[in-house]
Design a protein around this ligand. Structure first.
Ligand code: PLP
Length: 375
């Protein structure tokens, strides 16, 4: 059995053909494919605007530049990849880590408690962890009743739908971001996007993606003006062509991920290992996360990781609490009361899930896990 990673891209000949066609075209970057890709995402997610960028981190950075000011206090989750809260720091704002709920997402009831106590809180950055969308009714309630900005980090969850609300539609948020890293649902190699329903936000995102530079029809042919400090977060036409081709298959990718998740759910029914949540239709399963109380086993988490790797299975851990990272500790974080996150971190790990995972490979993952835990 070859090594089975926790996540992996699915590339077929249509993807290869799309990339080659663009390589043979006149534009490798700033050409028509970028716009086409943005329009395709907009239409898929049912949002009004999309700005495609070089990676998900860049998407978070640009959105933060538009949504936040220096010193703003922002509620966010410790259960994410570093980029979510780093983007708050990039713009001189202050992340405040709130504990998670049972499903691994930020606890929105605790967020509401914080908002009641502290009216200076400017924003909430949520993450649809593992592909499982954040409770949209609750998000709507917070947005309507408190004067806050909401960013949804949907890096894990393109293709997910919550009671009719599509990930990225920004029905209950100001901006949403995606990542198109190869382990995600669709890939452009590296890549990301911001979606929004605000024209004003969209226009600023576009300017900031390109050095803060503006060119208007009344300017001389060579003229451009830099009006603010922007960046080069451009995505290429080559990447966009790949993204367009991948987007056509997104629904079937999500379907296959769900099928794999349901099979894990069933295989673990009588096991001491429990899924983070059993299938409920609101997750597009970027990750399949399980929990087990290691203190009740005669094997440590580290030993489990090593033994699974000896069997060529790459289980992973999502995530180390961000507030406990050395950089954050040096800033004074790390002592927040996050008992649910702490317990979750001691118990969680992720099993492989990606569209090309074969039934044989999945059986091997399950058998290896059971053998090691029962051995
Ligand atoms: C939740 C989350 N947000 C943001 C990012 C950053 O995306 P990228 O790797 O495309 O910069 C990731 C990447 O893993 C992520 O998992």
């Amino acid at each position: 059995m070859n090594f089975i990673p926790y996540g992996k891209q699915s590339i077929d000949r249509y993807d290869v053909d799309a990339v080659v066609e663009t390589l043979r075209s006149d534009y490798l970057t700033t050409g028509p494919k970028v716009r086409e890709f943005e329009e395709a995402i907009t239409s898929y997610c049912e949002a009004s605007y999309c700005v495609a960028v070089a990676n998900g981190t860049g998407a978070l950075h640009l959105a933060s530049l538009v949504l936040l000011n220096r010193g703003d206090r922002v509620l966010t989750t410790p259960n994410s990849f570093l980029a979510t809260s780093n983007s708050i720091l990039y713009v001189g704002a202050e992340p405040i880590f709130v504990d998670i709920a049972k499903d691994g997402n930020i606890d929105l009831d605790l967020c509401e408690e914080e908002l009641r106590k502290d009216s200076s809180i400017k924003a909430i950055y949520t993450v649809a962890f593992s592909g499982n969308m954040v409770n949209q009714e609750k998000l709507k309630h917070l947005r309507e009743n408190y004067n806050i900005t909401i960013l949804e980090d949907n890096a894990h969850s393109i293709g997910a739908v919550y009671n009719g609300v599509k990930a990225g539609s920004c029905i209950n948020s100001d901006c949403s971001i995606f990542s198109f890293h190869p382990v995600k649902h669709l890939t452009t190699g590296e890549g990301g996007a911001v979606t929004t329903n605000s024209k004003e936000v969209y226009e600023r995102l576009l300017t900031l993606r390109g050095h803060g530079m503006v060119k208007t029809p009344n300017m001389k042919p060579w003229e451009y003006e830099m009006r603010e400090l922007g960046f080069n977060y451009r995505i290429t036409d080559i990447q966009s062509a790949l993204g367009l081709s991948q987007l056509k298959k997104l629904d079937s990718f999500v379907e296959r991920r769900v099928e794999i998740a349901k099979k894990y759910d069933k295989a673990l029914e009588k096991s001491i290992v429990k899924p983070l949540y059993t299938y409920h239709g609101k997750s597009s399963y970027h990750l399949y996360v399980v929990r087990v109380n290691f203190s009740k086993l005669n094997i440590s988490k580290e030993e489990l990781f090593i033994k699974m790797r000896e069997r060529n299975v790459g289980i992973q851990l999502h995530y180390i609490p961000i507030n406990k990272q050395p950089y954050y500790k040096a800033l004074g974080y790390g002592e927040e009361k996050t008992p649910v996150m702490d317990r979750y971190y001691s118990e969680c790990f992720s099993l492989p899930v990606f569209p090309k995972l074969t039934d044989k490979e999945q059986n091997h993952v399950i058998e290896s896990l059971m053998e090691i835990l029962n051995g």
